[in-house]
Ligand binder design. Structure first.
Ligand SMILES: [Zn+2]
Length: 239
């Protein structure tokens, strides 16, 4: 299955969408489907994941709908809570879990840096996507060389929200095009909102996986379908 420019891949027991061009740069990454169980975050428990992708370690955090982003530079970095990870250690994957929220992967191959971000509506309003770009730039990455991959999330087809949520977006300056109006209801486009944040931070290459988690129960969990499961996404620099 291809959802241009992403491809659905199967590696061992892992089923995920990824971009070949980005893999070719030495950035291992994927947006897994619901059929793939998340690896545990503690050493030893994610062995299948580590061996399948030839990784040394993986890091997952308790996600708290914040704009907290941690930099992982050496073996002592082991953040416990937050919503973004900047991975600078080769062979160590950052992991996030989502249902309808946006999983976002950023990478800048020249600087050997990858980031993974969880952006629900709260994180999006807080500007977590742009913050990740700025933090990577402070560490030496060049925003215009970055690739940003926006993964499977609830689409504007299904993400009905109240005026209170829309108000948060307009208050911080998102364009009106992130909100759609149909039959007297309001629908939020989280992909477009995060893409706006990325562009404002200087990112030029933004790819969006155009699959809605609520519309595709065959592929993804959705909180709006009252499912408690979460699919996971991962990113690591190798080589
Ligand atoms: Zn939908």
């Amino acid at each position: 299955m291809e959802v241009n420019p992403f491809r659905l891949k199967q590696t061992g027991s892992f089923s995920y969408f990824s971009m070949q061009d980005v893999e070719a740069l030495g950035i291992i990454h994927g947006f897994c489907t619901r059929s793939t169980l998340p690896p545990a975050s503690r050493p030893g428990e994610g062995d299948d994941f580590l061996s399948t992708f030839s990784l040394r370690d993986c890091i997952a955090m308790e996600q708290v709908h914040s704009d907290g982003i941690h930099v992982v530079q050496d073996d002592t970095d082991d953040p416990k809570a937050g919503d973004g990870l900047i991975m600078m250690q080769q062979g160590v994957a950052g992991i996030i879990r989502t249902a309808d929220c946006v999983p976002l992967i950023l990478c800048e191959a020249r600087s050997r840096m990858a980031a993974i971000v969880h952006a629900g509506w709260r994180g999006t309003v807080l500007g977590i996507a742009g913050k990740a770009v700025r933090m990577m730039a402070e560490l030496g990455a060049e925003p215009s060389l970055m690739q940003a991959l926006i993964g499977p999330c609830i689409g504007p087809c299904c993400y009905e929200v109240g005026q209170d949520v829309v108000g948060h977006f307009t208050d911080v300056g998102f364009s009106e095009t992130v909100v759609g109006r149909r039959n007297g209801s309001l629908f939020l486009d989280l992909r477009k909102a995060n893409a706006e944040g990325l562009k404002a931070a200087g990112v030029k290459h933004i790819q969006i996986l155009d699959l809605c988690t609520r519309c595709r129960p065959d592929l993804f969990f959705s909180a709006r379908r009252n499912e408690s499961g979460r699919q996971f996404s991962f990113a690591a620099v190798i080589g």
